[in-house]
Design a protein around this ligand. Structure first.
Ligand code: GUN
Length: 278
């Protein structure tokens, strides 16, 4: 058996098209606004932020970029967030992570008004997600759910195994799968018999940041496999899932690149529209 490929690039493009069409009917001064704060010169962050800016431009979201030097302090960052919190033009605020060394990211993210927290990283929004209240949810797991739903499978009662327990992906993905009535297991580097646990998964979300970590022998036949890994090796991108072997077992699988990656930004745009009340 060979898995169907879940084409994240195409699904994300469709979502962007749809949002663009919805916004094109609105006057420019009535468009959603997204503020992005980038402090320091982390090269990967610079690429992500440019991609976010480009997507805003394409869709018709006003983007407000704030590029700050790596030696920006807490006071300056907090003052900027205060201004953005008060601005009527700004509906969503995103502080690109990681922040430079010495900056307390939790303190900065907590200063964003929960109603403008487009990443869903504010403690209030994390609490809402885990208690089943409607909230803006983190972009990568939101994109993961869109990809899983694109397969048409009924999630209720399925075993979902999330490999990785980060605050940005693993934990919120687990909360979202739980909200959809999956039986959820979160694995991590200390998990005993990780292969045995992953083998139970009707849905496997691999977000460990280790190339080819999940191999085909760990995949239950017919599973949906979502690969969140973006590992750079020799100028290539390699996922957390060994695609060749896993695609022989799975019913559906995401490629890297072209799976989860493009969905993160499409989900960010969706969150921005939602915070703007659209
Ligand atoms: N760094 C890596 N992923 C993300 C993300 O989803 N949001 C923010 N703000 N920073 C990130």
């Amino acid at each position: 058996m060979s898995a169907s490929i879940i084409d994240g690039k195409k699904i994300a493009a469709g979502l962007r098209e749809d949002m663009k069409a919805r916004l094109s009917a609105r006057p420019l001064e009535d468009r959603p606004g997204l503020a992005v704060v980038l402090a320091g010169d982390d090269p990967a962050s610079a690429v992500y932020v440019r991609q976010k800016e480009k997507a805003c431009l394409e869709i018709g979201i006003n983007s407000f970029m704030h590029r700050l030097s790596g030696d920006t302090g807490h006071d300056e960052l907090l003052a900027l967030i205060d201004r953005l919190n008060l601005s009527d033009e700004v509906h969503g605020i995103l502080v690109q992570l990681p922040l430079p060394e010495g900056i307390d990211a939790k303190r900065i993210v907590s200063a964003i008004l929960p109603e403008k927290d487009v990443d869903g990283f504010h403690p209030v929004n994390i609490g809402k997600l885990w208690s089943g209240e409607s909230a803006v949810v983190p972009c990568t797991p939101k994109g993961i759910m869109t990809l899983i739903d694109s397969t048409g499978i009924e999630l209720k009662g399925l075993e979902a195994v999330v490999v990785g327990r980060s605050n940005i992906v693993g934990k919120p993905a687990a909360a979202m799968l739980l909200a959809r009535h999956c039986t959820v297991t979160v694995c991590h580097s200390r998990t005993k018999d990780l292969a045995g646990v992953v083998r139970r998964g009707d849905i496997v979300v691999a977000a460990v940041g280790r190339p080819n970590f999940v191999t085909g022998d760990m995949i239950k036949p017919g599973a949906v496999v979502i690969d969140v890994g973006i590992n750079r090796a020799g100028g290539r991108l390699i996922g957390d899932v060994e695609f060749e072997s896993a695609s022989q077992k799975a019913a559906f699988i995401t490629p890297v690149p072209g799976g989860v990656g493009p969905m993160t930004i499409a989900s960010l745009m969706q969150n921005t529209l939602r915070l703007a009340g659209l």
